[in-house]
Design a protein around this ligand. Structure first.
Ligand code: GDG
Length: 466
């Protein structure tokens, strides 16, 4: 429970704080938390003295004292080691994550996980209820906290509550497998406004609500239990200006030149940047690349593939397996097609500073974003933001939210390996002049729908909810 006396008029509630404490020897320091949510929300919070961010610090155990970062307040919530396993690794990432990503691996349903999910959601809600000023706006994020809006509404009917789901909402036929499907929908409907990444997610959600609650839905208005909840698509953007500034930074550019040289100055650099997650389609892209080399449609002399696979959720079912498969495939491609001192796939299972990622976006002639399912995918947008000369080709899965907005990308079905190969081959052989119109159009989109704009749109809509 929070101990602060101070109340806040804008409260963000997310699983993670935007920074986490890590120990380096005897010294503890704050480093940015990984993931898309933080990249998107940080610019909205920076320098806002009326804002507090409620979340977990990344260290199991008591939450610790509130602290300030970037001019706003961070309020840690305690999550124990046991809860981490049941609530975070269990219900959030081995039940909800796979179910909401088309059951790409089988979701597991365990009552002990659900109990922990309820308990932790209750704690986040209690902290938010305690910190929010009368009539404050509370913005809850993502699948870890789908019960918070309902719990908070019961405790604090005066609040204006928004919820945004960063991941896809699945087809109704999948969602209804969830044993606690009604409790989750009830939790969500505690919000005044529910935002999803795409129109498809919004439709899926409304269909599930109708089936499970029998609620009346008119357009984007859900009426249930005497309350009204609005729903809509709010596709998330990136901090375009910051990424573009980094891309223009001479130090980042000279690092990019250095990386290209380290790769052996290949004619074409292909790049993948993902959390190491089975939803991201890393396996499909490696398979396609391997076959293109084997069929001599691409040559190891001319091409290098860089795959950044940020470590993620290593304790969760399915993640160990994807790592083994990816690493085996990388080894095989390099064994078959690399030459002494010059692998054809450069695989880095590491986290990188954003400057280093931008250097890589700068040298990527072809960016491979091939998830089997993805709420949005910020990497696709970051790449586009790093191409001021309109060069480069984005090969983009049609199963990402980003594909709804970046319609001039080379859209692919990552399940169709031949189609993926054709798209990769064609991208490698595209001239800058040929690539230019598509990139120009995508850059317009990425410049106009930034993270800041996304938050403004959501909050403006929330502000109009009665
Ligand atoms: C979820 C949804 C939705 C990656 N590696 C490093 C690193 N990153 C940064 C990227 C990018 C972010 O992490 C990844 O965002 P994505 O959108 O691609 O994917 P998820 O983490 O799965 O995010 C997704 C998102 O939420 C936002 O709503 O788009 O659909 O799944 O910003 O640059 N950052 C650093 N080092 C790395 O090694 N610093």
């Amino acid at each position: 429970m929070a101990t602060d006396e101070q109340k806040w008029s804008f409260v963000v509630v997310a699983n993670r704080l935007p920074v986490r404490r890590v120990r380096e020897g005897a010294v503890a320091k704050l480093v940015p938390s990984p993931g898309g949510l933080v990249s998107a929300l940080r610019p909205v919070m920076s320098g806002n003295p009326d804002a507090v961010w409620v979340g977990w610090s990344g260290v199991p155990g008591p939450g610790g004292d509130p602290f300030e970062v970037d001019g706003f307040q961070c309020h840690p919530v305690s999550v124990s080691q046991g809860e981490l396993q049941l609530f975070y690794e269990g219900f959030s990432n081995a039940t909800l994550w796979p179910l909401f990503h088309d059951a790409l691996v089988p979701p597991e349903y365990h009552r002990t996980w659900w109990d922990a999910y309820c308990a932790v959601n209750q704690r986040y809600a209690a902290n938010a209820a305690d910190l929010a000023a009368p009539g404050a706006t509370v913005w809850i994020h993502d699948y870890h906290l789908m019960l918070v809006a309902g719990l908070l509404r019961a405790a604090r009917p005066d609040l204006r509550i928004g919820f945004f789901l960063h991941i896809p909402f699945p087809a109704r036929e999948l969602y209804i497998r969830m044993p606690w499907r009604a409790e989750i929908i009830d939790g969500l409907l505690g919000a005044d406004l529910i935002g999803l990444q795409t129109a498809l997610g919004t439709d899926n959600f409304c269909r599930a609500v109708t089936r499970i609650t029998g609620a009346k839905i008119t357009g984007k208005l859900i009426q249930h239990n005497g309350r009204a909840t609005r729903v809509g698509a709010f596709p998330i953007g990136i901090d375009t200006e910051r990424i573009a500034e980094l891309a223009a930074d001479p130090a980042v550019q000279s690092r990019a030149a250095e990386i290209r040289q380290t790769l052996g100055s290949p004619r074409t650099v292909l790049l993948g940047v993902d959390r190491l997650d089975y939803t991201k389609g890393i396996e499909a892209r490696l398979r396609a690349f391997r076959e293109l080399l084997a069929e001599q449609r691409l040559s190891a002399e001319d091409c290098a593939l860089v795959q950044i696979a940020e470590p993620s959720r290593s304790q969760v079912t399915g993640y160990g397996e994807i790592r083994r498969t990816v690493e085996q495939m990388v080894g095989e491609v390099n064994g078959n097609f690399g030459v002494m001192g010059r692998p054809v796939v450069h695989y880095l299972h590491q986290s990188h500073p954003i400057e280093e990622l931008v250097s890589m976006y700068l040298i990527a002639d072809v960016m491979l974003v091939t998830p089997l399912r993805d709420g949005m995918n910020l990497v696709a947008k970051e790449y586009v933001a790093c191409r001021p000369d309109n060069s480069g080709v984005l090969v983009l899965s049609e199963f990402t939210g980003a594909a709804q907005e970046l319609g001039t990308a080379d859209l692919v079905n990552p399940h169709d390996i031949e189609g993926l190969k054709t798209a990769m081959e064609s991208a490698v052989h595209r001239s800058d002049a040929e690539a230019e119109p598509a990139m120009r159009s995508m850059r317009r989109t990425v410049r106009s729908n930034t993270a800041q704009r996304w938050a403004e749109r959501f909050l403006a809509r929330l502000g109009t909810c009665p």
